[in-house]
Structures are given as C-alpha cells and as structure tokens.
Design a protein around this ligand. Structure first.
Ligand SMILES: [Cu+2]
Length: 234
C-alpha cells in the first residue's frame, strides 16, 4: 500500500509541474471554452447518471426470485409514450447543447468577428522547430511572446514550412497554422502572468521542443517593454 502511495504522489508531483492547463482560463475566450467543456460534461453526467440508476433498478427489479422463476412475461407490442420520450429527450438535450456551442463558436471565431479597433497585431511565424513573433513596431522575438492585459490581440498566423498549431491553453483553444494561408486568432488576456504555449500539431522530429513562454504584462509595462526592445534594435 505504501508503495502505491509513493508512486501516486510522485506522479502527482510530476503532473503538477505542468503549466499547460486547459481548464484554468486567463482570457474571455478560454473562459467561454471551459464553460462549454463543463456544460457539456454536466449534461453528459445527467444522462450517464440516469442510465446507470435505471440499469441498476431494472437489474434489481427483474432479478430471478423463487416466485418469478417460472413466469414468462407477456409480449409487449410497443409503448408509444416510451418511444416518444426516448426520441424527444435526446433532441431536447442536443438543442440545449447546440445553443451555447453555436453562440460561443461564432463569438470567438476571428473569421466571423470584426477586428477590434484598439487591437494589438502580432505576426506569428511558425517554422520547424520554433516560433517568431513580430510586433507592429518592428520588434522581433523568438520563443517568447509578450502581450498586454485587457487588450484584444490579433495573431496573424503563418507557417514557413509544414502545418503547425498555435496553442496557449490558458488563453484559449488552438489554431492550425498552415503554409501559404494566413489565419487569424483573436484573444484578450485578462490576467497578468506567464503561460506556457506550444505547437499542438506534430510537425517533425523536434516538435516537442516547439514551446514558448507567453508573458502577459499590464498595458503600461507592455508599452515600456516594446520601447525598450525597439531601442535595442536601433
Ligand atoms: Cu510545430
């Protein structure tokens, strides 16, 4: 038993060191997405619990006893009420799931939403096996992405070679980066901090090394950082 505890605690220790957490949202997009995950999970658990309760109940109710041992039940020729119920219920459940899913999907999709006027634009280029981030004032950074808090950031995603996928789990879902086709992703970080990002599409032998740090700063700090970096290249 002690051995199991030791193995479990060391596994926990290793896993807790991982900063790539999906359900720890630090932007509105990530919050909306984790709401969808939790909402669909809750709905699924209602169905799961109902099925398990009915299953256990029926197994218990129709178990073999001394009295019913030789009883053969009568033939049932269908039950309209039951048949309507188990046809209509899934339709209602799917409709309930569809409303927030479609609404949120459209809201967070960069292709269906207009560019916010106060947005920061960053050109992101993926290449085997690193990331390049280019800011509007010409500053270029690799493997470190710096963002302002509470301002929409429009990422212009491009690839130099194969298909990659841009992913900062705490800020929102991934977006494939496709060579020859610019894709857009809009995220608004709402908490200062450092978040892990990585390539989420297997892209070759060093794919696992395609990680980057995302540092969210206050708007004032972000401005100062941009100016400092600009002076460095001048
Ligand atoms: Cu990649």
């Amino acid at each position: 038993m002690r051995k199991i505890y030791m193995i479990l605690s060391s596994v926990l220790l290793i896993l807790s060191g991982c900063n790539l957490r999906v359900l720890d949202p630090k932007s509105q997009t990530a919050k909306d997405q984790s709401f969808l995950v939790q909402f669909s999970f809750a709905l699924m658990m209602i169905v799961f619990a109902t099925v398990i309760v009915l299953f256990v109940w029926f197994v218990w109710k129709y178990r073999q006893t001394e009295e019913n041992k030789h009883k053969i039940p009568e033939d049932e020729k269908g039950n309209r009420l039951f048949e309507i119920t188990w046809t209509v219920l899934p339709i209602i459940l799917l409709a309930v799931l569809a409303v927030p899913t479609i609404k949120i999907t459209y809201e967070i999709s960069a292709s269906s939403s207009a560019t916010p006027p106060n947005a920061v634009h960053i050109d992101v280029t993926a290449q085997q096996f690193s990331w390049t981030f280019e800011y509007q004032n010409g500053v270029v950074q690799t493997s470190e992405l710096v963002l302002p808090k509470d301002r929409p950031v429009v990422f212009h995603l491009n690839s130099d070679d194969v298909i990659h996928s841009f992913w900062v789990p705490k800020l929102g879902g991934k977006k494939d980066v496709i060579p020859g086709k610019e894709r857009r992703l809009i995220l608004t970080p709402d908490e200062v901090g450092t978040y892990q990002g990585k390539c989420a599409e297997f892209c070759g032998k060093d794919h696992a090394l395609m990680r980057f740090e995302t540092i969210v700063k206050t708007q004032e700090d972000y401005k100062q950082w941009l100016q400092k970096m600009k002076q460095k290249i001048e």
